[in-house]
Design a protein. Structure first.
Lengths: 319, 334
């Protein structure tokens, strides 16, 4: 069952009607309605293309958070062979919000890290909705160090509302853990390729994304604060999230213009949730391109490139 | 009741023929409610002489108190692109910025200076909470980078005083990018083999805590400062329970292993002088001739054990070989 977003109402009607007709035809094979169904389907497709061609930043926020959107585990399953999960920060615990382990990307060994939101109530709770605790970031630091030692590229998937704002997380040094993870991203002498596949929420996201090459899926978002959070602080009204989403410039397209990200990966028509396989393939191609950019780079050159890229940010604004 | 409130104030009131003292002369301590004469407060570095409560202090006043003989040079900072996103909420960001600049006569929320602390050439950056809640945008990131580069060029340690509500939302993703940018600044200092010391002050939160403010070789905090990633209100909303008293305050972070020490502002100068001389492999600071050490010889002087740091400021003599803070200690010692 596909979940429709509020701006997809017209679409839901068209697709619902088409489905009804198909059901009728199944009951009465004598009925010849193939033309009508095809017409409706064409109409729905055109409508879908129209909606998604001019998705507002708030619309994209909704798509990025769509419950059916492919998550880190979908990309790991589709892109990483011999995936071998590795667990624990060796200090306190294992954080299930962070998928982590070794595997092969197109035959080549890599280290994989990513926030996983979960796909149903049970897994969402288990994954803490993709909100990592300090253990998640410390595990990431440990595994990035390991990757560095063995010369393995690091591939990260970013999909988190943010780091977990919990009592225990603060007690155990959430801020320090995030800071160290960002520091480690900038330090390692192996390629680091980050892809924002859904929500890139603030410091919890940047801790995995201080990378040589940052990709964003076409309708994903990446922001310093959630539109709701920004609206409640600056507008003193969380209902102004639409305005905040626009003002914050959180879309892949704006971030590309700002030079904050390096590539935008196209999504299938109607968003990644309508065709997981296509989304996975697009992300795979984008990661491959990113890795190709840095083939043969020395350790120092990789660090230097990261540094220069981040230091240059902010030199150009949006018109 | 101390002599300021019982004697000076009534006298002054009579002199100026008024009952109510103007706000600029007397400041009420928000913690203990005592009235403090503004000059006394300035001399005690905006620390309440009655209860030790730390009030906000301007970067300039910090520099005056920290650097030897109060001598320092401002480090010129770059002026980044103004309002890169053309941001507006109910007000335009450029207008907010203009107002803050006019009110404080400063370009942005971070100031940097160089001078000597205990004879060690040092670069100090201080975040100004009064300027748009000290928020971290391009200007703050660039200021940290400039200060770090100066430290490297001059082979000087880098001391940073943090104070911020977090990232400057009006600069959107570019404010978030200051987390890696400032981290690169810290890396430059560390790679040059120079100390990076952070002094966290009230409040230090969000992306500031989660980047350069938590990466110090030595982590110091002012007493009772709020230091956190997520603010207490956000956490209470998430976990739906009341947080314990003192949660996310300096002393709590010290207990949880996130800090090296909690130190009264009036002790920053001697503490930093001692630390920097140790880290830079310098002999103990030579005592000034006219003010010979009163107690133990400098070599035997050790930092007080962390547990023993009192909430009240340390008496002047505990600095040992170091020169006392530039001002006379105020009431609590008296
Ligand atoms: Zn007081």
């Amino acid at each position: 069952m596909l979940t429709y977003l509020d701006f997809e109402k017209g679409l839901a009607e068209l697709e619902g009607k088409a489905e009804e007709l198909r059901a009728l035809a199944r009951q009465d094979p004598a009925m010849n309605i193939a033309d009508e169904v095809a017409q409706l389907e064409q109409k729905a497709k055109t409508h879908l293309a129209e909606i998604y061609a001019k998705l507002s930043p708030w619309g994209k926020t909704q798509v990025a958070r769509h419950p059916g959107r492919p998550h880190t585990l979908d990309y790991v399953e589709g892109l990483i062979e011999e995936f071998t999960p590795l667990a624990g920060d060796r200090v306190f615990g294992e954080d299930a919000a962070i998928i982590s382990g070794l595997g092969r990307f197109r035959g080549r060994p890599v280290m994989v890290l990513g926030q996983e939101k979960g796909s149903d109530t049970q897994t969402r709770l288990h994954r803490n909705f993709g909100m990592a605790r300090p253990e998640g970031y410390r595990k990431a630091v440990r595994l990035m160090e390991m990757a560095d030692r063995f010369g393995l590229p690091v591939i990260t998937f970013i999909d988190t509302p943010g780091a977990y704002p919990g009592k225990g997380a603060e007690e155990r040094g959430q801020a320090e853990a995030i800071a160290r993870s960002t520091e480690k991203c900038l330090e390692i002498g192996v390629p680091l390729i980050a892809t924002v596949i859904g929500e890139g929420g603030s410091g919890g996201a940047v801790a995995f994304a201080a990378a040589n090459h940052v990709v964003m899926l076409e309708h994903s978002i990446y922001s310093v604060i959630s539109p709701e959070g920004c609206a409640s602080i600056l507008w003193k009204d969380s209902a102004k999230a639409q305005e905040a989403a626009a003002a914050l410039r959180i879309t892949a397209q704006d971030l590309y213009k700002l030079g904050v990200i390096d590539a935008v990966a196209p999504e299938p028509l109607g968003g990644a949730h309508r065709d997981k396989a296509a989304a996975v393939a697009a992300v795979g191609a984008a990661i491959d391109e990113g890795l190709a950019r840095f083939r043969g780079f020395e350790r120092g050159a990789l660090r230097q490139q990261r540094r220069e890229k981040f230091l240059a940010m902010g030199a150009r604004g949006l018109e | 009741m101390n002599w300021i409130t019982s004697f000076v104030r009534p006298k002054l009131d009579t002199l100026l023929n008024r009952r109510e003292s103007p706000d600029n002369l007397w400041i009420k301590c928000p913690e203990c409610g005592e009235m403090i004469f503004h000059r006394a407060l300035a001399e005690s570095l905006q620390v309440c002489p009655h209860c030790g409560h730390h009030m906000p202090i301007s970067p300039d006043a910090r520099f005056d108190a920290l650097f030897d003989e109060g001598r320092w040079d401002l480090i010129p900072l770059p002026d980044p692109l103004l309002d890169p996103l053309k941001f507006r909420d109910e007000k335009r960001y450029v207008d907010r910025l203009r107002e803050a600049r006019k009110k404080l006569n400063r370009q942005d929320a971070m100031a940097a200076a160089k001078g000597a602390i205990g004879g060690v050439k040092t670069v100090v950056a201080a975040q100004n909470f009064a300027f748009m809640a000290g928020s971290m945008g391009m200007a703050v990131g660039d200021a940290i980078l400039t200060a770090a580069r100066t430290a490297v060029a001059e082979q000087a340690p880098f001391v940073l005083f943090s104070a911020a509500g977090g990232a400057r939302m009006q600069e959107g993703i570019l404010s978030l990018m200051q987390m890696p940018r400032a981290t690169i600044a810290v890396q430059m200092v560390k790679e040059a083999g120079l100390p990076y010391v952070v002094v966290l002050t009230h409040p230090t939160t969000g992306g500031v805590t989660a980047s350069y403010a938590m990466l110090g070789d030595v982590q110091i905090a002012e007493p009772k400062a709020l230091i956190c990633f997520a603010g207490p209100r956000v956490i209470e909303q998430t976990i739906r329970e009341k947080l314990p008293e003192g949660f996310q305050r300096s002393e709590y972070l010290l207990d949880h292993g996130m800090l090296d020490m909690v130190t009264d502002r009036r002790e920053h100068r001697p503490t930093l002088a001692r630390l920097l001389r140790l880290l830079m492999d310098q002999p103990p600071e030579a005592p000034k001739e006219e003010e010979a050490p009163k107690e133990k010889p400098p070599l035997l002087e050790a930092a007080p054990p962390v547990d023993d740091i009192p909430a009240e400021p340390l008496p002047e003599a505990s600095g040992g070989a170091q020169q006392a803070a530039p001002s006379q200690p105020q009431a609590p010692q008296a």
